[in-house]
Each structure stands twice: as C-alpha cells, then as structure tokens.
Design a protein around this ligand. Structure first.
Ligand code: HEM
Length: 512
C-alpha cells in the first residue's frame, strides 16, 4: 500500500470516527448539552424509540431514572431536551418565562393545518401570538362573555342527560367519553360560530377534528425532514383531510358572516344545512376574528378562520372530556366518594334543583374531586413542545435555540417526595392534606400543572374546568353511577392525544 493510500485511509477512518462520535453522543461534548442515551448516526435515538413500540411518555419515564431531571434525546435531526423536575420546570417556564415561551419548527403536515403557524398554540413567541392570544382572552373567555354564553352550556347539558338516558335504555349502560366529547364539542362549536346545529353535523365535525389530531401527531418526517419526499402519500392524505375540514366548517363561517355583516338570519340556509344563528352579533368567537388584522398577516381569510376555530375545538374537547371520564371512573369505583359528592349537590340545590354555574364554583368537594383528577390523571403528560427564543442555559447545560424543549409534567404529580401516596385517588387531600393551597398555575412553585405554567399556560383553564364541573355535577345529580355487573371498569391508560382510558369507561346509570 502506497503512503498516500495509507494517509487517505487514516483520514477516512478519523472522519468516520468523529462523525459517529458526533451523532452518538447526545450529551456533554463541546456543545454542553444535557446527558442522554447514545444514538446511531443520522437517526440518533429514533430507532431505539421506534423499536420499543411503547408510547414516548413511558420511554421518557424510564430514561428519567437513568439520566436525571434534564436529558437529551437525538430524534433524527431534532434535538429534544427533556425536563422532568419541578424545580427546573419552574425555572424555565416561570423564572425564565419569556426565553422558553416559543414553539419549535413544524412539519409540513402540521403547517398545513395551522396555515403556517397561524394559531395561538403553534405561533412563535412574537406579535402574531400576542395578537391572537389577547383577542382570545378578551373575546372568548372574559367573565362577562362566559356568563353571556351560559345558555349554550345549559342547552348542551340538557341534550347530554337525555342522550345518556336514551343510551341506557337501549343498551343497558352508557359510554362516558364519547358522550362527554360530543357535548363539549357542541358547546365549543356554538361558542365559536354562534350557531346551534344538528347532532348529526356536530358528530361530523367532531370526527374530522379527531382525524386532524391523529394526522398531526409527530411522525417520522417530523424528525427526518430530509426524507419528507418519501412520505408524499402522507402529505396527500393530509391535504385531502384539510379539504374535508374546510368543507365541513366553511359553511358555518359564511352563514355567520352573512348574519354579522347583514345583521340578519341567513335566508333559505345558504349553506344548505340547518344552521340556527343563536348568539347575538359580537358574542361568537369568530365575530372578533372577522375584524382582526394581525401584524404581518392582514385580514384573516377563510383558511385562517377555520383554523383558529378548529384550534378552540381541538384544545378544549378532549382535555375536558378526558378529565370527566377519569373522575367518573373513580366515582364508580369508590361509591363513598360519589355519595359525598351527591350529598354536596343535594345540600346546595336540592334533589331536583337546577344546578347553575355559580353553584358548581362554590361546591368545595366537587372542586377537590376535579383537582385530584387533574393531579392523578393529567390529561396531557407533557405540555406542548416549547422552544427557547435564543440559546440559553438550564440546569447547568446549554439549550440550543432550535431544540424542542419537552416538559414531562406528569412526573411532578407522581413524585413521592412531593405527594403522599401519589398513586391513590383521595380528593380529601385538597381539603385537609398535602393538596391544600396548591397553586395549579405553578407561578409560585410547581406541584401540579395540568394547564402548563408561565407565558404559554392554557388561557382557557377556567372555561375547561367549568365544563368538567358542570358535566360531573349534572351527571351525579341525575344518576347513580355503578359498575356493570361482571364487567368492572379497567383503569389502564393509553395515549390518544390526551392520556385516556384504554378501554373507555362504560357504567350503569340508575335514576336517583
Ligand atoms: C381541562 C381542560 C384543559 C386542559 C387540561 C388544558 C391544558 C392545556 C395545556 C397543558 C396547554 C399547553 C401549555 C403549554 O404549552 O405550556 C394548553 C394550551 C392551550 N389551551 Fe388548553 N386546556 C384545557 C382546556 C382548554 C379549552 C376549553 C380551550 C379553548 C376554549 C383551550 C385552549 C388552549 C389554547 C389556545 C392553548 C395554547 C396557548 C398558547 O400556546 O399560548 N384549552 N392547554
């Protein structure tokens, strides 16, 4: 072998070594990233994660014990910094709030459904996000608007109880999640578009929303954008779904526009469907969006209007319905808790009295049941992905600006050094025990944070909680909930956008 061949071989081997080392060492090194499991060239830890065939949250739970409260995972071309301890979560989201308040880059599929990040949840920390979020807070969830829309919840809850009764009569039991989903979705459609529509159309919209959520969960091209051309079929399917979504919701946008701009009920149903304009002008979320002109975007078109209303339905349906399902599971399993709650309701409004929104906010035991459900079963085990606005430092490590920062918030409520017997469901802990005075917004310190914390905290936490309160109070006042004989509920969990019961709860309802 010539000297030059030897030299070339040496150079090639050295480069290969450095390349492998670069990709396989996720932590430490010259970048000072947090430690993490070694990965493969190009794919990083992606293969290891895929081969485990377990949900990501379980893999993170295990890695936490090995790598500590902050670690790195190299998922293809994406660097994920995972943060799991209460102290570091508080430091990042509250103390360094503005720095960790952005969102990471999105895949082409997600960009399609957010019209290039034109939603509150996906927008980068900046003027667009500020305008959209401010509008949402002042127009949709200010206390006066919530009171003004109380009739929507009353209408939807009446339908809910009738539907449960019918299902019980026909099948002998009721499925909780699907009914709660439908009811909350009908409320949010009416809040967004000011329209009362038929159950068949609500179901259609709900089905599309579910498909959108499944379509936008992270897939391989999110981590390996260089292979995006290989996933053309996926993008075609996404475009087809987007077309369906537009087809489903644009008629509601147009009907409302006629109503708002013409000051009249659309004559002869221009959308060809039954749409009853029920909210006065100005009371629907979309009314505020018609006039909005975010900097750099100008007037919002139908694409953006559909996207922003879908965001509300997406964000508010599964989260509240999941909480109601887990709460009812515990009421079915522990009849003492259910009886205590029933007695509180009867003491407050009587056996057949009407439960109002003011009533539920004053029911302390109901509040404790719901808080314990948020603690024991946070609907999402991570908050949405965050990103730092610039390279920064956390826990002594570097967090690059282009990394996904993932906060695994479920660990905080599972931590035995924070909660006594964390696996038990005990609402009383919020009346006299380790839950008294806990701040769910996490601003003073993090003990539980079902809604996130800091700048990106859920802006609709009061509305979401109100939906859960009303569902539980009305369902428990109307019926006694008991297990199906020979088929007790199975508390196993699975991931479906939120962490839900693997086998959806079915129970027998007995009129009180
Ligand atoms: C029990 C009910 C709910 C729970 C547990 C919940 C939880 C959350 C969580 C964990 C986040 C992410 C926070 C972060 O990224 O740091 C979030 C964001 C958000 N939620 Fe909720 N949510 C609920 C109900 C609702 C409802 C009813 C709506 C709309 C009416 C809504 C609208 C939003 C929006 C727009 C964001 C994005 C905020 C931003 O990025 O600035 N949520 N929510």
């Amino acid at each position: 072998m010539e000297f030059i061949d030897l030299l070339l071989l040496f150079v090639a081997l050295s480069l290969t070594f450095l390349w492998v080392r670069y990709w396989s060492v996720t932590g430490g090194g010259p970048k000072n990233l947090p430690p993490g499991p070694p990965g493969w060239p190009i794919v990083g830890n992606l293969l290891q994660v895929c081969l485990q065939r377990r949900n990501f949250m379980y893999i993170v739970r295990d890695l936490r014990t090995k790598y500590g409260p902050i670690f790195t995972m190299q998922m293809g071309q994406r660097t994920l910094i995972i943060v799991t301890s209460a102290d570091l979560i508080h430091e990042a989201l509250v103390q360094k709030g503005p720095i960790f308040a952005s969102r990471p880059a999105d895949s082409p599929t997600r960009l399609l459904f957010s019209v290039g990040k034109c939603t509150i949840n996906s927008a980068e920390y900046g003027p667009l996000w500020r305008t959209l979020r401010r509008n949402f807070v002042t127009e949709l969830i200010n206390p006066a608007r919530i009171r003004q829309c109380a009739w929507i919840r009353e209408w939807a809850m009446d339908n809910h109880l009738k539907r449960l009764q019918k299902e019980a009569l026909e099948t002998g039991s009721v499925e909780v999640m699907s009914n709660c989903r439908l009811t909350i979705c009908s409320i949010l459609i009416c809040i967004c578009f000011g329209a009362r529509i038929s159950e068949a159309r609500i179901k259609e919209i709900e089905a599309v929303l579910k498909d959108v959520m499944l379509m936008t969960t992270p897939k391989l091209p999110d981590f390996l954008p260089i292979f995006t051309p290989l996933f053309r079929k996926q993008l075609t399917e996404a475009r087809e779904l987007r077309r369906r979504q537009m087809e489903c919701l644009v008629p509601l946008v147009r009907s409302r526009r006629v109503f708002v701009e013409g000051g009249r009920i659309p004559s002869g149903n221009p959308d060809g469907l039954e749409t009853e304009m029920a909210s006065p002008i100005g009371a629907a979320y979309i009314d505020s969006l018609f006039g909005l002109e975010p900097v750099g975007r100008g007037r919002l078109g139908e694409e953006e209007l559909v996207t922003l209303c879908s965001e509300v339905m997406n964000a508010g349906t599964d989260t509240s319905a999941t909480t109601a399902e887990w709460a009812l599971l515990h009421l079915v399993l522990d009849q003492n808790i259910q009886q205590k709650l029933y007695e509180e309701i009867v003491n407050c409004v009587g056996k057949n009295g009407k439960i109002t929104e003011e009533n539920v906010e004053n029911m302390t035991y109901l509040g404790a049941v719901v808080k314990e459900t948020f603690r024991r079963h946070p609907p999402s085990h991570f908050v949405l992905s965050h990103a730092a606005t610039k390279e920064t430092e956390l826990g002594g490590y570097t967090v690059p600006a282009d990394a996904n920062v993932e906060f695994y918030t479920a660990w905080v409520t599972e931590d035995p050094s924070v909660w006594k017997d964390p696996g038990e469901f005990r609402p009383e802990r919020f009346l006299e025990g380790d839950g008294v005075g806990v701040d769910v917004t996490g601003s003073k310190g993090v003990k539980m944070m079902p809604f996130g914390a800091g700048r990106r905290i859920c802006p609709a936490m009061t509305l979401g909680t109100l939906h859960v309160y009303l569902l539980l109070a009305k369902m428990v006042q109307a019926f006694k909930w008991v297990p199906i004989q020979g088929a007790p509920p199975d508390p196993s969990e699975t991931f479906a956008f939120t962490v839900v019961m693997k086998n959806p709860l079915r129970a027998v309802i007995l009129p009180r």
